[in-house]
Ligand binder design. Sequence first.
Ligand SMILES: CC(C)(COP(=O)(O)OP(=O)(O)OC[C@H]1O[C@@H](n2cnc3c(N)ncnc32)[C@H](O)[C@@H]1OP(=O)(O)O)[C@@H](O)C(=O)NCCC(=O)NCCS
Length: 198
Amino acid sequence: MPVLVSPVVPDGRLSARPQPTLRVDELVMRPWLLSDVDAVVAAYDDAEIQRWHVRTMNRDEALAWLASWPDRWRSETGAGWAVTQDGVLVGRVGLRSIGLHEGTAEIAYWTIPAARGRNIATRATRAVSTWMFHHGGFHRIELRHSTANTHSCRVAEKAGFGYEATIRQGVLHLDGWHDMHLHARLASDRALPSLDRS
Ligand SMILES: CC(C)(COP(=O)(O)OP(=O)(O)OC[C@H]1O[C@@H](n2cnc3c(N)ncnc32)[C@H](O)[C@@H]1OP(=O)(O)O)[C@@H](O)C(=O)NCCC(=O)NCCS
């Protein structure tokens, strides 16, 4: 069937270039390395990460997960960044559900317990989404979190992802169905105020 509108992001716009390394303040967001395996396993030992991402991660699973990211970038289906400070893993930001035709994606994140409360998830989410708008040519990035995860709701708001809707019983967690907030940031949204990084 003929399509009447052109894709917002043409095929190959992401994959034609290497996945970028992004820097904001003291944070470096870089593509995952297989050598991150121990740090990823340690991160998923945290009960909060298990709870909200609804999974654990053993060493083999972590290696497979890390190895999957280059293919996801090449096939323009996803992108994952390790968030590091002084070479140490402090968090992650990832994109999934990439839709080139409408220029859309969904963003997700976690930070390790010792790094929380310093706007790391917020700054990393801002940096990745801003890059996707300015360099990837994307139009809209969505963010979903359980309505019970008030910390994640704060990340969404501070990163410029305004609340749009509540999705009833959207994701099955260990304790049952959770309603989910849908937030989104558009390329056309206004510039964001600067953030404290202490
Ligand atoms: C939610 C999460 C990503 C926030 O990361 P972060 O780097 O601490 O983000 P921020 O510093 O911007 O803090 C966000 C909110 O977390 C809460 N917070 C602050 N200090 C905290 C601490 N030491 N420990 C836990 N939460 C804290 C506050 O509510 C804060 O909002 P505020 O700045 O308005 O006070 C992180 O707590 C985490 O990884 N949690 C477990 C996994 C998870 O929830 N992932 C998201 C799934 S949608």
